[in-house]
Design a binder for this molecule. Structure first.
Ligand code: FPP
Length: 248
């Protein structure tokens, strides 16, 4: 396990929180509204919780905004999600700079609408020197894709004689993944009562604490978020050891 994965102890705020923002569609349906209203409300919630996370001294948030499987949704919903995200980033840009937040996208870039990629890359470049908080958006992302992609890159480097067989350790393998330079998530939150990882950060969540909430994402407010952080702080993380601070 990487050294920076071991640092969290009982009673500590998680350094990195991963979030599966689930239940937008059901939230809207229960109110007799089109699904996209749920996404819009979900986006507003996200903005609020990023602020709260930073206030609580969380360092990084990684959200699952669009999975490799989400392409199976109706075209109209997909288009809405990407155009909503572009608008969200445009409006959020100044706040990102003011709050010194760095935005990064993880996931495949070749299938996402060009205007969305252009917007994302503009904001990635604008915020690249910000160091107070790290906001990672997983878009067209899948944990299996990430691991497969890492394997491909390792083979490329092996064939190019830049890496040898014996150099391929867990640590080195991890350095080929999308979140290579970020300590792994300490906490995964999934809303809406579903209790699955759904092909999110398969490698990186190896030692994360999981927190499942019954609440739909648009209703997952600051109070709910604090509840998740509190639950995390009460867990006893042993990393496969016996809880004496040693992992092996
Ligand atoms: C899951 O709910 C939600 C999504 C697949 C999209 C999440 C996107 C947002 C919250 C928009 C904001 C994102 C950014 C980056 C600005 P669901 O549609 O699967 O809900 P359901 O399970 O009830 O159908």
């Amino acid at each position: 396990m990487a050294e920076n994965d071991k640092v969290k102890e009982k009673g500590v705020v998680p350094n990195h929180v991963a979030i599966i923002m689930d239940g937008n569609g059901r939230w809207a349906k229960e109110r007799g509204l089109p699904r996209v209203y749920g996404h819009r409300k979900g986006g507003q919630r996200l903005r609020q919780l990023l602020k709260e996370a930073k206030r609580l001294k969380v360092k990084s948030i990684t959200i699952f905004a669009f999975s490799t499987e989400n392409w199976d949704r109706p075209r109209k919903e997909i288009n809405y999600l990407f155009s909503y995200m572009e608008g969200f980033l445009s409006k959020y840009k100044n706040e990102l700079m003011k709050e010194e937040i760095r935005l990064r996208m993880i996931g495949r870039r070749d299938r996402i609408p060009k205007t969305s990629i252009k917007k994302i890359e503009e904001i990635e470049s604008l915020t690249k020197n910000n160091k107070k908080f790290f906001f990672n958006i997983a878009l067209d992302f899948g944990g299996r894709w990430d691991i497969t992609e890492a394997a491909r890159k390792i083979i490329r480097d092996y064939e190019g004689k830049r890496i040898s067989r014996s150099q391929i350790t867990e640590e080195v393998f991890g350095s080929y993944l999308s979140l290579a330079d970020t300590p792994s998530p300490d906490l995964l939150i999934r809303t809406s009562g579903e209790q699955r990882v759904s092909n999110f950060l398969l490698w990186d969540l190896a030692y994360a604490e999981f927190y499942f909430s019954q609440v739909y994402w648009p209703d997952f407010d600051v109070k709910q978020f604090r509840g998740a952080i509190k639950a995390y702080s009460e867990r006893n993380r042993r990393f496969g050891g016996i809880g004496d601070g040693k992992s092996y």
